[in-house]
Structure formats: structure tokens, C-alpha cells
Design a protein around this ligand. Structure first.
Ligand code: ZN
Length: 148
């Protein structure tokens, strides 16, 4: 029997083993660091902004499988998005992993695989670290992000 949970697990394992966009962008327009002391996840995001769109996005750092898979999936989803679209996706993803209600996940694509973390409160910070880091980068925060 095909179990959708197996697929979700596979995507997370795959993105942890072979993270997409795991590199440094030397001439990035924006960089932002994020740290989740609860788990020890640490990442740095690199963004190229071109005409109000995210033309390139990458990350590096170290962290647990969920934090790395989340950053890998997020950077894949963000490439080519406008800053407004990125903020909308940030809000939708935040709902996905924190609310009890079932939300429409069609537009979230592969990001929906992370919905399961809402059953594991400690993991929510792992999955959301890269998103909060992106949000801070886009609004121009000066301070590194911490989940505490
Ligand atoms: Zn973690």
C-alpha cells in the first residue's frame, strides 16, 4: 500500500542528504544568519535581488535533518519569486506548521511535506528557522535571527 507519509519522509531525507542551493553566493545583495539554540541549527542565507525578485538564493551552515531539508525546500521554492510572493509564502508556511486547522496546501507544493512537524513542537523551530531568517533578510533586519 502506498502511504503518503512515506513519500513525505523520503523527500525530507533526500533534501537533507542532497541539499539544494547549498553554497555561498559571494556577491549576494543580502545575507542573514539564523540560529536555533534549542537544537543547535545554524544557517546563513544568501540572496540576490533583481528588480524586486529573488533572482538567486542559497544557504550554508549545519543543522538537523529537518532544518537542512526545510532550507533546501525553501530556497528551491523562493527562486524567481517577488518579495511580496516570498512574504505570502512565509505566512502560509508559518500557518502550515503551527495551526491545528487543515489549510489548503496546493500552492505550497513540496513544502507541504513539512506539515508533520506541527506534532513535534521542538521541531517547529528547526523547520521555521530558515523562514524567519529569510523574512529578516527581506525586511532588512540588522541582527542575526535566533529562535529564542
Ligand atoms: Zn533542528
Amino acid at each position: 500500500m502506498f502511504d503518503i507519509k512515506d513519500l513525505y519522509q523520503e523527500i525530507i531525507v533526500d533534501h537533507n542528504r542532497n541539499p539544494r542551493n547549498f553554497r555561498v553566493i559571494a556577491d549576494a545583495d543580502k545575507t542573514m544568519e539564523g540560529f536555533n539554540p534549542l537544537c543547535g541549527d545554524r544557517l546563513k542565507l544568501y540572496l540576490k535581488i533583481d528588480g524586486g525578485n529573488i533572482s538567486d538564493i542559497a544557504f550554508d551552515g549545519t543543522g538537523c535533518a529537518i532544518s537542512v531539508a526545510s532550507a533546501s525546500l525553501m530556497t528551491d521554492a523562493m527562486k524567481g519569486k517577488s518579495i511580496d510572493e516570498a512574504e505570502t509564502l512565509f505566512n502560509n508556511f508559518h500557518c502550515l506548521i503551527t495551526t491545528e486547522n487543515e489549510i489548503d496546501t496546493d500552492h505550497l507544493g513540496k513544502l507541504a511535506v513539512l506539515a508533520g512537524v506541527k506534532n513535534f513542537p521542538a521541531r517547529v523551530k528547526c523547520a521555521s528557522l530558515c523562514w524567519h531568517t529569510l523574512h529578516s533578510a527581506l525586511i532588512g533586519d540588522k541582527n542575526p535571527v535566533t529562535t529564542e
